[in-house]
Structure formats: C-alpha cells, structure tokens
Design a protein around this ligand. Sequence first.
Ligand code: ATP
Ligand code: MG
Length: 593
Amino acid sequence: MTEQLILKAGEQAVSCNLVDYQHEYRDFSWQEARRSLSGLPGGRGLNIAYEAVDRHMDTTSRDHVALRCVGKDGMVTDLTYEDLFLATNRFANVLRELGVAKGERIFTLLGRVPDLYVTVLGTLKNVSVLSPLFSAFGPDPIRERMSLGDGRVLVTTPELYLRKVAAMRESLPRLRHVLVTGTGPAPEGTSSLGELMAGVSPDFEIPPTDPEDMALLHFTSGTTGTPKGAIHVHEAVVAHRATASYALDLRPSDVFWCTADPGWVTGMSYGVVAPLSIGATLVTDAGEFDTRRWCRVLQEQRVTVWYTSPTALRMLMRHAGDLTSEYDLSRLRFIASVGEPLNAEVVVWGLRALGLPIHDNWWQTETGAIMIGNLAAMDIKPGSMGRPLPGVEAVILERGADGRARVIDGHVRVIDEPDADGELALRPGWPSMFRGYLDDQERYGRAFAGGWYLTGDIARRDGDGYFWFVARADDVIKSAGHLVGPFEVESVLMRHPAVAEAGVIGKPDAVAGELVKAFVTLNPGFEATEALRRELIAFGRRHLGAVAPKEISFDQSLPHTRSGKVMRRLLKCRELGLPEGDVSSLERPTHDV
Ligand code: ATP
Ligand code: MG
C-alpha cells in the first residue's frame, strides 16, 4: 500500500490509495454486474438467497466458513456455506408447511445469532418478505412496524416475546405465527423454531423469483421523524455484490465484519447479503457497543475488512492511546464507514493509529446499497463522501428557499459548477433502488423530480468530482443570513483536543433567525468548566467566523439512533422544550437484550 499525505489550503486532505485493489473502473455497467451473478438454475429468475448461499454449493466455497457468530459470552459458532444452505432450506420448508405464501411478511426480533441469518435467507428462498426489527425496540415501535408491514410471522426469542409481544398480541390480529428460538419450552401462543426445523426436509427448491419480487422491507432510521417502510426487491443483490467488490474491495478470502445492527439497512445489505454473495466469511458479534470489545473481535477473529459507523470510530479514536496499541489489529486491510458524515479528523487518525485510511461512503435506506464512496481504487479525500460508483449518476440540484431542489413545472436545474451547495440527486435505475414506500405512493412520487431521485441531503461536488456532505435538507441552519450545516461546525469543534463528539443545532433567535448551539462531550482528562466553554466558543469563532456556535453545552453523551447517528432532532426538541415525537429509534444507554 502506498500512502501520501497532501495538505490542502485550509482543509486537511489526505490522498491514499491501495495499489493492489482488484478493480479498474473502466467498463463497469450494471448489466455486466448482473451477468456476473448466476441467476436461478433454468433461467427461473434472480433470488438473493440463491446468490448468497446456494450458488456456492458448486464451488470450493462449500466448506468455507460463511458465518462466524461471536456470542455475548465470546463463544463462537461457525456455519459453513453448506451448513447455511441446509439450514436455510429447512427454514424455507417450515414456512411452506405453515402455509406462508410468496410476498407475505416475516419479521425478526432477534440479536445477532445464527437463527437470525437463517431466518433472513430462508425467508428469501420462500420468496416471502423479510422485515428486520431492532431487538432493543420496545412494544410500541414493534407493533407500529408490524401493523404497517402486515407481519404474518414473527421470529424471536422466548424472552423477547414474553417481555415485548405477548401482552399486545391481540392488537396484531394478522400475525399468524410466532416462532421462538432456543431449546427451552416455547411460551403459550408460540412454536419452537428448532422443533419445526427438525421436522422438515433439508432439500428445498427455490421457486421462480422475478427480480422485481419484493424481498426486504426496511424502515428508515427515523432520524427525522416517523419511520418509512422502504420496499426492496431481489434485483438489489446485483448492487450488493457489485458494491461489496468495488466499494469495500471484498474478496472470498476476506474475513468481513459489519458492526451495523441487522435491524438497519446496513445490517442487511452488508451485514448479510453482500459478503455472502462474494463468498467471504462474515463475522457477527452479539456483544455490546463497546470499544474494547470491538478491538477484541477484530484481533481474535482476524478481521480483514471492517465496515462501521462514524460514532464507533470516534469512540475508538477517543480511547485510541490505550486500545490500538494494546490489540493486534494488523490483519485489517480495509476500513469503511457509513451513516453519518465522517470527520476528516477521524480519517487522518486512522492513518496514523492503524496505518489505514478510513473509506467513507454514502447511501440511504432508499438506495439499498452504497452509491458514493471513497472507493478502494481511488484517492481518499478525508471529510468527503467520495465519488459515485461507476454506474451511478449523481448530481447537485439548485435548491429553493425550503432547502430542497427547486422544481418548476416538473423541471430542476443541475448545477455544473463545482463547490456549490444543492440537493444531492441520483439518476433512477440502479438495481437496489427502493421500489416504493409502503402504502405511501404519494410520498414515493414526491421523491422524484425532473428525472432524478431527490435524496433530501444537501451536498456539494468539488472540481475532482468528490461529493461533500453539507447537511440533511431539514437540518440546515440559517444564522444571520448565513447557511451552515451542523456537520461543518461539529467537525471544527472536534479538532479541539477536548472535544470527543459534538452535535449542533439551530436554535430560534429573535435577531439572527437561528443561532448555532453545540452540545459537546469531552475527552477523558478534560473538565466541563466555564473557561473551557469560552475557549471552545473562541476556537469556533476563529475557524468558522459568523456561523460559529454562540452557545455550548457540555453533555455526558449525545442521543444516537440505533444506527449510530447523532439525533439532532432530539437535541433540538429538548432544547426548545418540545415534545420529543417518535423516539423509537433512539439508542438507550442501557441495553436490555
Ligand atoms: P429518516 O429518513 O427516517 O429520517 P435516516 O435518513 O437517518 O432516517 P437512513 O436511510 O438510515 O435513515 O440514513 C440515510 C441518511 O444518512 C442519508 O440520507 C444521510 O443523511 C446520512 N448518511 C449516510 N451516510 C452518510 C455519509 N457517509 N455522510 C454523510 N451522511 C450520511
Ligand atoms: Mg432518510
């Protein structure tokens, strides 16, 4: 690997590239990516589970470890591709015996245990639809999503069932079966998954699957409000596999670990489908969100490619002194991050502390797969999201007063000049594009204009074609005539040695319209004093001028979504004393599973 450090005027920018990356980007097309998949035998269509599992039965991967599940207690369970093939066949047969039809929805309320992966892939084999729930959800968000999604089967543990579902079972009249994992007795009203699996055949022929058949139903993170159910189809596997290879440089010999919860789209696209479709070994960990534990998993499982979130990386950076030297992380050859903007600071830290740059990439529940990234085969610009994948057309659209793309008579204007802010938009047609919001055709329609999919994110593109995240359109702060995104302010604050993490909001102000307020957590060894507050305000002013934070509050921790994003909406509600609204996706500090 070669690394070069380039410092650009006013902006810390590193340029690094892997010399032995596996791809040149010439000649990429989605058609080509589609052709590299097998498809169901006999030309009977395209099925995600077939590409992730069955296809490997004819290759040397058959005996290769597909899944390595690290339990809470550190015990490791390995499943080879053949084990996974047989178990998912059984699960599909269980569904068939229960009379669960194509298109019917199966919900999971499970931690990262082997049964989860078997359920996901077995469901897809039956051409039923899988919708994952975060296992830490309480009864209300579970009921809301299962009602919206018309759940017919729920797969969970006896404990979770008794604690969260049993009491409200009557309010889910369309839920026909609850299957519980484990070897203990199944609670009343449920059936033992293990017993059902033991009673069916390990042979299953995947029925014909149209690439447009619905496969996954993903609720968005709920960062901005009520979660929306995004519909994904089997065709998405084309993008899962291609992006795993192009954006994450994943190869069959890799040991890949994606820390995302399987309740979130990243935990499905890259925490299940993508690595298996490559034939790699997928590591999963049922443990807590904890830096020491991550380092242990990385070391002990000899992880080579790690996909995680900016929050995780910031936490690691905060404890870097002790941890990265204490553990042997030398197997790691590639780290990628998603979900939130990745501060340049963190990328540079990665290079210094781990000898590896961190590859930020951007996508959404709606896009189903990575769309923009600091890809394996190109230079990284720290702080940027990278460039669109080959095959993805991304542009910046001129925006109106509401912050979103300005649409006049169905037309929008693409900004060609570099470095201008506008709404990030994608040309529809990539394989993993969502095919609708559940029961909300109108909202789906509003997501498109002038031949583009409107992402709701504000970004800019530089002269080299790299995209820089500015803000969610509804997070942009307008202070005394200046527009600023929280991320820019947060990134500046994070450059101060005292600051571990920052969350920034616009607070209504009679004079300025909005004033910038920052919530800050401190690094070990720093105290929340008035002097430090003044110092941070001065630091902000020096670097940001007019849009510097005027108020700073010190906090023990910031509210995060379960997908690892700072919940600025919540910071704002709390600041203004407003009702908190839907907080089902809030990560609670204590884990209850
Ligand atoms: P909701 O739509 O319910 O408010 P959400 O947008 O957080 O929730 P996701 O689909 O999980 O739900 O997240 C996608 C969003 O996350 C993107 O639109 C963007 O705002 C943010 N995001 C993802 N990756 C990046 C990245 N690399 N840099 C900056 N922002 C990112
Ligand atoms: Mg969103």
